[in-house]
Design a protein around this ligand. Structure first.
Ligand code: NG6
Ligand code: CA
Length: 507
């Protein structure tokens, strides 16, 4: 027996490393991307909201302290994430209405297409917000082009945001649960005759609007944009997290035979914050805190699925958020009143919509069980870098974009990231180089009044040393004119001629 065993092991042993090598070359990739989650919103980044499932990944992976979205709002950030191109290069990459056409060209290079070129199966689940169709969309027919035409084999998404119509799930281009006898129509300019609105029918509301959000009412929640019909297809807001989680879990279970890329674009804690009953009141911070708990639970459940399917060791997980936090983003939901001493941006200045750090510096970490050594990294990394970095990982070819190969940084093997980065907020741009952040002179309001966020706009040039002054309290532009000039030159070499818009657009 002994002899047979040793013969077997001699025969088997050399085969094992070969199998391991080929299965790790193309790991599954899960990109978990939250909506408006701030740098300080989760406990692993110092937040007062307890997020054990997210923390377990962050604390066992490379947790970046200088991880950036490209922009301070959703559409541009997502554009950068999926194309590797700075969003300010595309004039259409700004907060889109639910009826906007697709802003990624169907010929354009994308992250999912790159992965598909080397055999990956690809899926996007939850928030899209990059436009659908190529003009006027008939929501009762197959909606195309959309995610499936820019690289995703499978898509199950909301068109724009939870606060925008249409309030329906769209799976592979088709509205889910639509009754042909009750066709759906959507318009962002004018209401349909006889349809109630948040503005005119406050008695129908179970959530009050603070600014904007006073058009059509769905499930007692006033939204942005007008809709008529399609009632059977309306989502139940409180079930959305469970709905998308189940889709993500099923996707994993059904696609484990070949490497997959799952872009799980969760919509928490964007408005309207509608936690499932299981999470209501659990954070003590009102719905905003509760939906962060809900998101954390979803992450834990997805990890459990990866574990039970035996996939965790062969899955690279990247976690981030599309932009910084806003407390009052248009509804009265106690986000400000119940905040206590939780700091959604950590110590960062500004927030969503802002060129200050609170707008663009976000939670960002990579986790790969058994492959990545736990560490905190202060390397400068940006979501646009995923295109080049993941291409390097899987051995795919990519055409040059603004993306940089930071694979070793994501894997925790190199401490140094990018040299510089252009950040964007509502078409205005600023420049980070090393520890310095330079914001050019801009006309316009310094504070986005309704949301009560400083957006970083000032007629004065601004220069901050982020290493010494993370809260951007001391403008050193006048003290360091030479450095300012040098940064301006470097910035313009990348940015070229930049626009100076007068007022932030919210619509
Ligand atoms: C703004 C909305 C805000 C939010 C944001 C998009 C108003 C007044 N405000 O226009 O509530 O929906 O757009 O957020 O309508 S993002 O995270 O998708 O960029
Ligand atoms: Ca967002």
């Amino acid at each position: 027996m002994k002899n047979i065993n040793s013969i077997v092991s001699i025969l088997v042993l050399p085969v094992v490393p070969l199998i391991a090598a080929s299965s790790t070359a193309k790991p599954n990739i899960v990109l978990i991307y939250l909506d408006d989650l701030g740098y300080g919103d989760i406990s692993c980044y110092g937040g007062k909201i307890n997020t054990p499932h997210i923390d377990a990944l962050a604390n066992n992976g490379v947790r970046f302290t200088n991880g950036y979205a490209t922009s301070a709002t959703s559409t541009p950030s997502r554009y950068g994430l999926l194309t590797g191109v700075y969003p300010w290069r595309n004039k259409d990459a700004k907060i889109l209405p639910g009826t906007a056409p697709l802003i990624i060209g169907t010929e354009q290079q994308t992250l999912p297409k790159m992965l598909r070129s080397v055999g990956y199966q690809t899926a996007v689940i939850s928030k899209w917000h990059l436009g659908l169709g190529s003009g006027i969309v008939d929501w009762n027919k197959k909606i195309t082009p959309g995610p499936n035409e820019v690289g995703f084999d499978y898509s199950c998404v909301l068109a724009a945001t939870q606060d925008r119509v249409p309030t329906v799930y769209i799976e592979n281009g088709n509205v889910v649960g639509l009754n042909p006898n009750d066709p759906i129509q959507v318009d962002y300019d004018k209401n349909f005759d006889g349809e109630p609105t948040g503005k005119l029918n406050p008695e129908m509301l179970r959530m009050k609007w603070h600014h904007g959000h006073n058009s059509s009412i769905v499930n007692g929640i006033p939204r942005i944009g007008y809709v008529k019909g399609g009632k059977s297809a309306n989502w139940v807001d409180e079930d959305m997290a469970d709905y998308f989680l189940l889709k993500a879990q099923n996707y994993v279970k059904e696609h484990k035979s070949q490497p997959f890329f799952l872009y799980y674009a969760m919509n928490q804690p964007h408005v309207p914050r509608t936690p499932n009953q299981r999470f209501v009141g659990k954070s003590g911070m009102g719905p905003r805190g509760d939906v962060i708990l809900e998101a954390d639970w979803c992450v834990g459940e997805l990890i459990n699925t990866l574990k039970s399917e035996g996939l965790l060791e062969n899955t690279l997980i990247i976690f981030s958020s599309d932009n910084g936090p806003a407390l009052n983003d248009g509804y009265y939901d106690d986000a400000v009143e119940k905040l206590g001493d939780h700091q959604p941006t950590g110590q960062l200045r500004g927030g969503k919509y802002s060129l200050f750090e609170g707008g663009v510096r976000v939670p960002f970490f990579s986790y790969w069980k058994g492959k990545i050594r736990p560490q905190v990294s202060d390397a400068l990394v940006c979501q646009i870098d995923l295109l080049e970095s993941l291409a390097k990982l899987v051995g795919a070819e990519v055409k040059p974009t603004d993306s940089q190969n930071l694979l070793d940084v994501l894997m925790g093997k190199r401490p140094k990231g990018r040299e510089n980065l252009v950040i964007e907020a509502n078409t205005k741009t600023a420049f980070r180089k090393g520890d310095w952040l330079m914001i050019p002179s801009y006309k316009g309001e310094a504070v986005l009044e309704e949301v009560n966020i400083e957006i970083g706009v000032s007629p004065e040039y601004q220069l901050y040393n982020l290493k010494k002054d993370i809260g951007q309290t001391t403008n050193l532009a006048k003290k360091q004119p030479k450095l300012l000039t040098k940064l301006m030159v470097d910035f313009e070499a990348i940015r070229g001629d930049f626009k100076n818009t007068e007022k932030i657009e919210l619509k």
